[in-house]
Design a protein around this ligand. Structure first.
Ligand code: NAP
Ligand code: HSE
Length: 423
């Protein structure tokens, strides 16, 4: 028998308990052992729950319990979760976590602490998609050239519904929260940090990169408007929050931001809470992974797969997939090359376009396409344009010059454009 303690019996924790019961036969057959949840930790003992297991409010009661073999951390947050997981490892208990924020900050220390104690985290990236296993085991013969993916279900749900005209940003976010997709603090979702946490986990497995969220370019989905979807449609794009890692020579570029991608790309077709990740290996070429990226049951599916692996006695070390460290540098975000889309509200009068073209020209930026749309206010117009490929540093300089122009009636809004097929 394998005895499990769950720290955090919320959306995911409850699903884990329910599915362990519902699929007990197949799980026991695959694990070769019975898996029993002996205790859970929560904040509020009075809250009504759909599962009935012994509860405590002290997570360390679980990590120190000699009757528990595997500690499953599903409480979220960083520092307390780190102390909980550390205590579990110190007590020689295997650990399973879905906590990407914890791993974004402490994955290397945890790997060091875990050594040969199983430490598994499949649910931390892309919910129910087994992307960690695919990257760490399935693709281990490859140099990873690129990872590009939709890794936040909440944002993809919001963008999909906004594109279809099915509500405004705040209403759709509330729906995503009610469906159990969003983080306890949804700012992590909509500001791009949850997707950045996941990208950093994958970048460790793919490249051995030890970076923190503050070290990479992260932008969220606030500020996107109906007009941006109109431009995207007109020019054959979709708007997605993408997490991007690319390796060129010895440098890795890591970034998360809303992105215009060609609608014919597989990843552009991913809608709602679904996630999709394209991984390009130098040997295998492109492989693509698709599935539900958030929600209690999808996430529990990944958590339980880790519990089964551990119960089987599978060798899960090294946690991040490298027995010897690998040296890869990180590209500075100013050096990134991209195409850009800009939305501007300008005075609708002669000479304005020429002024904008001059500012771009002075910053080595060339315009690829443009649309003008009437604004509600008289004598104002929307200018929607895309650029050819240029340097991030140059577009930032151009944006800063544009912001100080009197003919601009709002700060310009920018979305990066990703053209696939360069690999
Ligand atoms: P949740 O619904 O907010 O559940 C968190 C649970 O942890 C609750 O049971 C809460 O207790 C308990 N908890 C929080 N602080 C605690 C403390 N100090 N002491 C004891 N218990 C504490 O969160 P969730 O959506 O299940 O997410 C859990 C983890 O999975 C997070 O790391 C999240 O990022 C990750 N994850 C979530 C999803 C998803 O779709 N939801 C997907 C992938 C990964 P109470 O119930 O008493 O409040
Ligand atoms: N809040 C996260 C999301 C949960 O929406 O993708 C899954 O990690």
């Amino acid at each position: 028998m394998v005895r499990v303690g769950i720290v955090g019996v919320g959306t995911v924790g409850e699903s884990v308990v329910k599915i362990l019961k519902k699929n007990k036969d197949i799980i026991q057959a695959r694990a070769g052992k019975e898996i029993v949840v002996v205790k859970g930790a929560v904040r509020d003992l009075e809250k009504t729950r759909e599962v009935d297991i012994p509860l405590t409010t002290d997570p360390f009661e679980i990590t120190q319990d000699p009757n528990i073999d595997i500690v499953v951390e599903l409480m979220g947050g960083v520092e307390l979760a780190y102390r909980v997981v550390k205590s579990a490892l110190e007590n020689k208990k295997a650990v399973v976590t879905a906590n990407k924020a914890l791993l974004a900050y402490h994955r290397y220390e945890l790997q060091q602490l875990a050594q040969d104690i199983p430490f598994e985290f499949e649910a931390s990236v892309a919910g129910g998609i087994p992307i960690i296993k695919a990257l760490r085991e399935g693709l281990s013969a490859n140099h990873i050239l690129a990872i590009r993916g939709i890794m936040n279900g909440t944002c993809n749900y919001i963008l999909t519904k906004m594109e279809r005209g099915e509500g405004d940003f705040n209403t759709i976010l509330k729906e995503a929260q009610e469906l159990g997709y969003a983080e306890a603090d949804p700012a992590f979702d909509i500001d791009g940090y949850d997707a950045a946490h996941k990208l950093l986990i994958l970048a460790s497995i793919a490249y051995g990169i030890d970076a923190k969220p503050e070290d990479i370019l992260v932008e969220g989905i606030k500020g996107i408007e109906a007009l941006d979807f109109e431009f995207a449609k007109e020019f054959g794009y979709k708007i997605k929050l993408l997490s991007i890692a690319k390796k060129r020579e010895d440098e890795v570029e890591l970034r998360v931001h809303p992105t215009l991608i060609r609608e014919k790309e597989l990843i552009a077709k991913i809608e709602g809470v679904m996630n999709g990740i394209s991984v390009i290996g130098d040997v295998v070429g492109e492989t693509v992974y698709y599935g539900p990226g958030a929600g209690g049951d999808a996430t529990a599916s990944a958590v339980i797969s880790n519990i089964i692996d551990i119960a089987r006695g599978g060798n899960c070390s090294p946690m991040l997939g490298f027995k010897k460290p690998l040296e890869a540098g990180m590209k500075l975000s100013q050096e990134i090359l991209s195409k850009y889309y800009l939305r501007m509200v300008v005075e609708d009068k002669p000479g304005i376009l020429a002024k904008i073209a001059t500012i771009f020209g002075e910053n080595n930026i060339s315009i690829e396409s443009m649309l003008q749309k009437a604004a509600k206010e008289e004598k104002l117009a929307y200018l929607l344009l895309s650029t050819h490929c240029c340097k991030e540093e140059d577009i930032q300089k151009a944006l800063s010059t544009l912001k100080s122009q009197q003919f601009l009636k709002q700060n310009p809004f920018m979305i990066r454009i990703e053209e696939y097929g360069n690999y």
